[in-house]
Design a protein around this ligand. Sequence first.
Ligand code: SF4
Length: 360
Amino acid sequence: MEEDWKRCFGPVFKLLLPWYKQNKRSLPWRETCDPYQIWLSEIMLQQTRVEAVKPYFINFLMKLPSVSHLAKAKEETVLKLWEGLGYYSRIKNMQKAAIMIQEEYNGTFPVTAADWEKLPGVGPYTSGAIASICFDEPVAAVDGNVLRVASRLAAFHEDITTAAVKKSIARAISSSMSEYPAGQCNQALMELGATICIPNGTPLCQNCPLTSVCEGFTKDTAGLFPVKTEKKKRRQEHRVLFFCTFQGRIALRKRDANGLLAGLWELPNCQAEYQEDTILSALDDWGMHPQSICRLKDRKHVFTHVEWQQSLCAVAVDRVETHSPFLFLTPEEISKTIPLPTAFKACYQEGLRHFQASKD
Ligand code: SF4
């Protein structure tokens, strides 16, 4: 199989690099080879669209411009800068890795992909991207874009996402880039996948520099690839979220250090369908005595493996017992210092609108 992939990628970079030079999008992280900036961009771009990442990338670097700034920053500050991007374990791992670089590597970045992979949160894709872009190591960075391009180039009828296939593709790409600038090769493949050999639809073959070597194009079957095995359905979970106010302050707390959204802030919530007795019993457990309860709009929040069907209620609290596990903070304190994950953000904002309207 590996020989087939090598034949497939052999002629690719000679055709692809001139196209990339002419057509690449101007992106903030393409202005630099600084490992910290490239690393940050690659971590942000995992699971997140380019357009969404741009403002976060610029703002993050303004506040934490180097790996030593990131290593020294308070976790709350870092999470606040990440607020809205989701998948918070990405930045928690990056901060752990920044601390390791400062404390164990004397502030010096690893140079090879193999050494980058020793850091928390850095897998084969990210290590390949950083080592090739910043240190010109001829090593592939295989993401979903690259796999899609590969599957169409080779008209590959099997599942492209298995570990064995990915490794074969990575080795074939690495050996095909040895005569070219490695970082440009990886970025060019990803760019082609993102802008021409696009997902969820017909690839724009008329604008592609690889038609002469693409089996999917020559056989007119490109639209059939990549072949995907059916994904497991997400688990559905009903949750009631509470926007509880007491003396102009809003109830929040930090989640457990393990599990989903570990260590992040949350509105009071419980796994249940919306029912009056459930709500009253949860409030009682939390030491909150309600003056009024008002049901607001239902929502849905989708995680990778679970989907929350969220019911939201606004609770005006009359009295709070000292054992309550929640902190009551002003809206100003929350907006300045508390990173609220997206799973709670929309409900928080709706609760806040309701609360402010009820004061007017
Ligand atoms: Fe993708 Fe079409 Fe280019 Fe083949 S020719 S790589 S299918 S865009």
